[in-house]
Design a binder for this molecule. Structure first.
Ligand code: PAF
Length: 284
């Protein structure tokens, strides 16, 4: 496993793999790796010959009052986890100066509409930060496949749209959310939670699952499903920032579910803003 910090070194590896006709999968991360990330790496290794994991805490996707400076960083531990898994060829770990010479990027890439709904309403610049850095990573690494978690369903839908609209020659693969036995979705931000807060946080998935039961029994009104989620959250004294049913691909709000939708939510549990979602598909 190589650790690479410069564009030149990364391009050296990419060229070598092109010459030896190896396919390449990219797993973009911000580090603080957990089992959810390792599931992405495992999937990437199933699909491609070589796996690159990028570890870069991207300042562009954090708002001014968000947790950029205190976002967990532990490269040594991340390397250990990836080495133990044994499926990563290169870790691309550039500095902010390498990714944004001079500290910023005058050019940004924005996927309109989709970036302003759900989390985008509260974090208006977040997804432009994500799509800008993902665009750069796709140009630098030129992978055949890029792997993302379904946990960040809005991010995944936006990246699919980005790749489609800008004709990136890359296949985007989504991987199912990895959960603790309580149902809590793994997230780097879970480490901000006390044991009691973790117990409360498990109600996020419980809420989604309780709405899924109604859906399986034939309920198709988005409003009723969202109300069911909120009712479950209230049992843990949680108040969601949003609970919404949106079209799986376009992220447009849905009133009656006739096509696959994402039932998504965000809520603060103590200091951590957590998100979760499930897919509801009337065809299944
Ligand atoms: O999902 C993440 O960790 C980040 O948003 C990503 C895709 C690595 C871009 O910085």
């Amino acid at each position: 496993m190589e650790i690479v910090a410069t564009l030149g070194q990364m391009q050296f590896w990419r060229e070598a793999w092109r010459r030896s006709e190896k396919t390449v999968a990219l797993v973009p991360t911000m580090g603080a790796l957990h089992a959810g990330h390792l599931a992405l790496v495992t999937e990437a290794a199933e699909i491609a010959d070589k796996v690159v994991v990028s570890i870069f805490v991207n300042p562009l996707q954090f708002g001014p009052s968000e947790d950029f400076s205190r976002y967990p960083r532990d490269l040594a531990l991340d390397m250990e986890k990836l080495a133990q898994l044994g499926k990563t060829e290169v870790i691309f770990n550039p500095s902010v100066e390498v990714m944004y010479p001079g500290g910023t990027s005058l050019t940004t890439v924005t996927v309109a509409e989709m970036s302003q709904v759900l989390c985008g309403r509260i974090r208006p610049t977040h997804f432009a930060g994500v799509t800008t850095v993902v665009t750069k990573l796709l140009h630098i690494i030129q992978p055949d496949v890029a792997v993302f978690g379904q946990k960040d369903a809005q991010q995944l839908a936006i990246i699919r749209q980005l790749v489609h609209d800008l004709n990136f020659p890359v296949k985007v693969v989504g991987v199912a959310t990895v959960r603790e036995s309580s149902g809590l979705a793994l997230s780097s931000r879970n480490r901000y939670l006390s044991p009691e807060q973790k117990e409360k946080a498990s109600y996020l998935y419980r809420g989604l699952k309780s709405a899924e039961i109604l859906f399986r029994n034939g309920e198709r009104r988005a409003e009723v499903l969202a109300a069911q989620v909120k009712k479950t959250l209230a049992q843990a004294e949680l108040c969601a920032e949003y609970v919404e049913c949106v079209d799986f691909e376009s992220l447009r709000q849905v009133e009656i579910i006739e096509r696959p939708v994402t039932l998504a939510l965000a809520a603060y549990v103590g200091p951590a803003r957590l998100i979760d979602n499930i897919t509801l598909d009337p065809g299944h």
